[in-house]
Ligand binder design. Structure first.
Ligand code: GLN
Ligand code: ZN
Length: 754
């Protein structure tokens, strides 16, 4: 009887209790030595393999484990270390490795960029003029280790040459062929050695093949894989795509390899249609990515079994591998410790370990079934349906109207606001947060552990607010903020107070390096319960005659930084959040706060990977922002803030948000941003960050003046605001005051010349 196999694509590095993070940080701080570090990491690595083995996974990935980042591992394998790290060839030392990742005292770290449209960041390889060489066969060592220590016949995982080059910088696009020529022989060597060591499957990750690949590029990819295939001997190569359906499906399945992995979650429709149109080569295995590797919910296994049956009509069962849609590194490790969650919710969750359980179960069900399997399927079905039918998820009319608008257009609001607010030209303001000092953190801890009463804590917060209102007044800032001292995190703070959100104890995922995030879980209908920010804002306003800006996180950012329920469209969840934020805005307005900033720093990162899908996303993302802000009075001034400066390709959407004032992070790529406004214009209130808040360095006044003057050559001075790049919560008190003082002076100097 031909058997379907299960195959995993990658396992989280973190460990159940973030042991990985702790091991790294303890090594970096010098608390553990190199030997202990390596031994602890090895234990973790083997532990992860053992778990996958016990889950009954047939093909277990090796080489996905990393000390920092798998793209950096790849660069280092090929000796692609930028000259500034003083590397002269040979094996890259641990110190050099972490030097590239984190910077050294003499050399800046490699750039960090989001891994496709996820919240994981990889270190960008810099190729400028380097000559690649094979420094060590890292994945071979890990393959041999798994075999020796655990008797596991692992499946080595590599970042494929095309994707690696697509993610790298430091070469011209017409040099892609030349770079493939340099790299492919080295990949071939790695693969040859893996074959000699007995690897039966080798997974080569090529997510970039699911994006825009030109005909020439397909040609190059085909040539590259022809060479890799020649080197692979009896090993089977599987080219793995994920995150999207594949436009070049015909080309992909035509590659001279033994297996093709496809995402049947995020690329479900497209890949199924392509399978229909193209069929599937009889000599290849298909990797069916059907368990969602990016979300935290149990799967509907009946649906998945249906999908397997559909695929089995085209590909025979003995050539089917059941897989997660992508590496499980994007989800937390296990729900085992989430005992504080409501049982119905907890039982509906599936983190990495539970997903592996689902994969194994589906595999058994697809192969034989039997009473035990039926029982487990039934348990899963119940868990899914209990959440679906819970009171948390009552039916709602889908929101289809993207066109919420303020009752008066900006041109009219502009003069209404001039009248009402009587601000000087080039008004000065900040983005919201002031330093979260050790005292602020300590106060929150004492309050959370119950050592402080609610009243003590509130008193503390009020004192902070008072101190900073005084500072802002003394500095002569025109529009003040309360400072966000009561917030740890701009999403968590709102999620904790809205209905429909839950917080896990251990739901951590790696963001970059040892830095982890624990996204809130949106499990039910989101709704407003009671005012969340009115008290502090009102208090701040009571201390000053200057306007105090209310400070909220926007719906799209809350959505993009959470794990979102998967039974309704993201757009619907976004609109639910928008309504809740709108309620908060109206509550602020009713309390006399009539200048309100709604931050959307994560709007851009929600953009789909394929441009053809951008418009749809932007329509509801902008629609949600507008729904949240549209109901205010015409005299109320809505601000928004964004932390990136890549605007040229979404500028129409930004304009369509119709905020009265937008502040944008600018100082690090000023030239670029300004020229995009030169081309596209902007005719609402705008503040381009005038100094970088990521560094403790206090800028010179002259630098600030120059940035402002440059901006005013392109933008209308009557609509221009003066503010730092972003919130100041990571800065210290003295540098914050010093920098703001210069900012205000610079604004005054230029005002006098206008
Ligand atoms: N208002 C927030 C702050 O000042 C904005 C943070 C952000 O844009 N990421 O911290
Ligand atoms: Zn910001």
């Amino acid at each position: 009887m031909p058997r379907v196999l299960s195959s995993n694509l990658g396992y989280p590095r973190l460990g159940e209790q973030r042991e990985w993070k702790k091991t790294l940080e303890s090594y970096w701080s010098g608390k553990t030595d190199k030997e202990t570090f390596q031994a602890t990491m090895k234990e973790l690595r083997l532990d992860h393999l053992r778990k996958q083995q016990q889950a009954g996974i047939d093909l277990i990935p090796v080489g996905d484990f990393s000390y920092y980042d798998h793209v950096l591992d790849t660069a280092v394998t090929f000796g692609l270390v930028p000259a500034r790290f003083g590397y002269t060839g040979g094996e890259v030392t641990l110190e050099q490795y972490f030097g590239i990742a984190r910077g050294t005292k003499d050399a800046a770290a490699g750039a960090m960029v989001k891994w496709f449209n996820t919240n994981y960041h990889y270190i960008v390889p810099e190729l400028n003029g380097l000559t690649p060489q094979l420094t060590e066969n890292r994945v071979l060592k890990l393959y041999l280790e798994a075999k020796k220590e655990l008797g596991i016949e692992g499946k080595p995982v590599l970042v494929g040459p095309y994707t690696f080059l697509k993610l790298s910088r430091g070469y011209e696009s017409n040099e892609l062929a030349a770079w493939l020529d340099k790299l492919v022989p080295l990949y071939a060597q790695v693969i040859k050695e893996l074959n000699e060591a007995g690897a039966s499957w080798i997974q080569i990750d090529e997510p970039s093949l699911a994006l825009d690949v030109s005909a020439e590029e397909w040609e190059l990819v085909h040539q590259a894989y022809t060479k890799l295939n020649e080197a692979s001997g009896t090993s089977n190569l599987i080219v793995q795509t994920y995150f999207e359906g594949v436009d070049g499906f015909g080309k992909l399945i035509d590659l001279p390899v033994q297996g093709i992995g496809l995402d049947f979650v995020y690329g479900l429709e497209q890949n199924l249609n392509s399978l229909d149109d193209w069929g599937f080569p009889e000599d290849k295995v298909i990797g069916v990515g059907l368990i969602d590797g990016r979300n935290i919910w149990r799967s509907n296994l009946e649906e998945k079994l249906g999908l397997i049956n559909v695929i089995a009509q085209t590909v025979s069962r003995d050539r089917i591998l059941l897989q997660p849609s992508c590496s499980l590194q994007l989800v937390p490790v296990t729900t085992k410790h989430e005992t504080a969650l409501e049982p119905v919710l907890r039982d509906a969750l599936a983190f990495a370990d539970e997903k592996l359980g689902e994969l194994a179960l589906l595999t058994r069900a697809a192969n034989a079934g039997g009473a035990a399997v039926q029982e487990e399927l039934e348990h899963s079905r119940k868990a899914v349906s209990s959440l679906a039918s819970s009171a948390w998820r009552t039916a709602q009319e889908p929101h289809t109207d993207h066109s919420a608008t303020r009752n008066v257009p900006f041109e009219e609001r502009r003069s209404i606001h001039e009248q009402k607010w009587q601000l000087p030209v080039l008004p000065t303001t900040t983005i919201g947060s002031f330093p979260q000092t050790v005292e602020v953190r300590r106060a929150r801890r004492l309050w959370r552990t119950g050592e402080w009463t609610q009243q003590q804590y509130e008193q503390f917060i009020e004192n902070e607010i008072r101190e900073w209102i005084d500072i802002q007044e003394e500095l002569g800032i025109d529009v003040l903020v309360h400072g966000e001292f009561e917030r740890t995190d701009m999403v968590e703070f709102f999620g904790e107070q809205l209905d429909g959100f839950a917080f896990t104890k251990n739901g951590w995922v790696q963001s970059y390096g040892s830095r982890c995030v624990k996204p809130p879980v949106i499990y039910g209908n989101v709704s407003f319960v009671q005012p969340m920010t009115v008290k502090e804002t009102k208090f701040a306003q009571s201390l000053t005659s200057k306007p105090v800006k209310g400070m909220l996180t926007g719906p799209v950012t809350i959505l993009n930084w959470s794990f979102v329920r998967d039974d309704i469209a993201r757009s619907q969840v976004s609109y639910q959040i928008a309504r809740a934020i709108s309620d908060e805005i109206l509550a602020l307005e009713a309390a006399g706060i009539e200048m309100i900033q709604v931050d959307e720093p994560a709007l851009r990162e929600g953009l789909p990977l394929k441009r053809s899908k951008w418009q749809e996303y932007l329509e509801w993302a902008v629609g949600s922002f507008r729904l949240s802000t549209a109901a205010v009075k015409e005299t109320t001034q809505i601000h928004t803030h964004m932390c990136y400066s890549e605007f040229h390709d979404i500028i129409d959407a930004i304009k369509a948000m119709d905020a009265d004032v937008i502040s944008i992070e600018t100082s690090r790529s000023h030239g670029e941003l300004i020229s995009s406004f030169e081309v596209h214009g902007y005719d609402k209130g705008i503040g381009l960050g005038v100094y970088d808040i990521h560094s403790p360095r206090v800028p010179a006044k002259e630098e600030i003046v120059q940035l402002i003057e440059r901006a005013l050559r392109v933008l209308d001075p009557k609509l221009f605001w003066i503010n730092p790049d972003c919130g100041l919560k990571t800065r210290q008190h003295p540098e914050t005051v010093a920098a703001l003082k210069l900012m205000v002076e610079a604004a005054h100097d230029i005002r006098r010349q206008l």
